[in-house]
Design a protein around this ligand. Structure first.
Ligand code: TXA
Ligand code: MG
Length: 329
């Protein structure tokens, strides 16, 4: 059964469900998560089934506060503590060596675990009252766009989730930055709105960025966060050329533009204006892609965004959405 709730007063009900091994979708500042008790193997398996997610794709465990880190991770370096103190609660996930009790199904059999304290009042209230860790991937079918509203979760997983906590639109709108803290040099495994530069500044040391999201287990999955409409990422001159050579059976198309680009008027070509600031763009992106996808155009054409640090996580997701996984920069 799905009950849509919108009040912190309903946290107790959500906790009762989690303790009974049920699935609860909840808002975080990044995207909505599909949560289960991280210590309940059957419940965690249910997440993979609901999402049609391969078991080689490990989950992030969410905790209420950094003081709970040692319950899940060991050999926590002073650098890792520094990042927790600086960025938690917030959109940063750390990969650390796991405690022996952590379930294999959570870590895909690896010796490491991904942990995060989300910055959302409902997520934090849920985690505090629950007391344990909540394993939660984004609350949609595997490779589909991450949901940034309760409605999006409802549409994707209505029959498969026991409860959806409604916290409105997610503030950040993109999944957390993932940084691997198990080695000598920290490595960014997934870009997010906490940038490599910010992490490097806090740690006062250089950090590495993995060329693309790494699962570090057999079975890499290249297309992520993809709309079902054919989506192309183009610079402005490519867009203009594309419009010139369009054939009738390639229409309608939707253009996602964030600059003052002036385009030739073409029949059945619709322009959607995006914010030209990275934070605001990230906040809107998945919500807009989801609604454009529902219009069923032939193409979604996205104007490429600047190759600067504050746009990096957005570029990464746009490249994934358009099936271009190799960043040439
Ligand atoms: O913002 C977020 O991180 C959202 C919200 C719900 O917290 N969650 C999220 O989960 O994006 P998901 O499942 O879509 O992404 C989890 C990522 C995967 O790319 C997975 O490979 C990585 O975390 N991951 C999990 N455990 C790992 C580990 N031990 N080592 C390396 N990567 C790991
Ligand atoms: Mg994923």
């Amino acid at each position: 059964m799905v009950i849509k709730l919108d009040s912190k007063l309903n946290i107790m009900h959500a906790v009762t469900l989690l303790r009974a091994g049920k699935l609860v979708a909840f808002p975080t500042e990044t995207v909505y998560g599909l949560g289960a008790d991280a210590n309940n193997e059957m419940a965690v398996r249910q997440i993979f089934r609901a999402k049609e997610r391969p078991f080689d794709h490990p989950l992030i465990v969410h905790i209420a506060k950094k003081e709970q880190l040692p319950e899940w991770a060991r050999d926590i370096s002073s650098s890792a503590m520094r990042l927790a103190e600086t960025f938690w609660p917030g959109p940063l996930t750390m990969v650390l060596k796991k405690q022996p009790h952590v379930l294999k199904v959570v870590t895909a059999g690896q010796e490491t675990i991904a942990l995060r304290v989300p910055n959302h009042p409902i997520a934090l209230a849920l985690l505090q009252v629950f007391g344990g860790g909540i394993a939660a991937p984004y609350a949609n079918i595997f490779t589909h766009i991450s949901p940034t509203s309760a409605e999006a979760v409802m549409e994707a997983l209505a029959e498969k989730v026991d409860l959806i906590l409604d916290g409105g639109l997610c503030e950040v709108g993109l999944e957390s930055t993932i940084v691997d803290m198990t080695g000598h040099t920290p490595v960014i495994l997934r870009k997010g709105m906490v940038t490599a530069d910010e992490i490097s500044a806090v740690l006062e040391m250089p950090i590495a960025v993995s060329p693309q999201e790494t699962v570090r287990v057999p079975g890499m999955h290249h297309v992520h966060y993809a709309p079902s409409t054919r989506t192309l990422l183009m610079n402005t001159s490519e867009i203009i050329n594309f419009l010139k050579t369009l054939k009738d059976d390639e229409l309608p198309i939707i253009l996602l533009i964030h600059t003052e680009l002036s385009l030739p008027a073409v029949n059945k070509t619709f322009c959607v204006n995006m914010p030209n600031q990275a934070k605001a763009y990230a906040h809107e992106l998945y919500r807009v892609l989801r609604s454009l996808d529902q219009e069923r155009p032939k193409y979604i054409i996205i104007e490429d965004v600047p190759n600067t640090i504050e746009w990096q996580a957005i570029r990464d997701r746009l490249q994934k959405a358009s099936g271009r996984t190799n960043d040439s920069h």
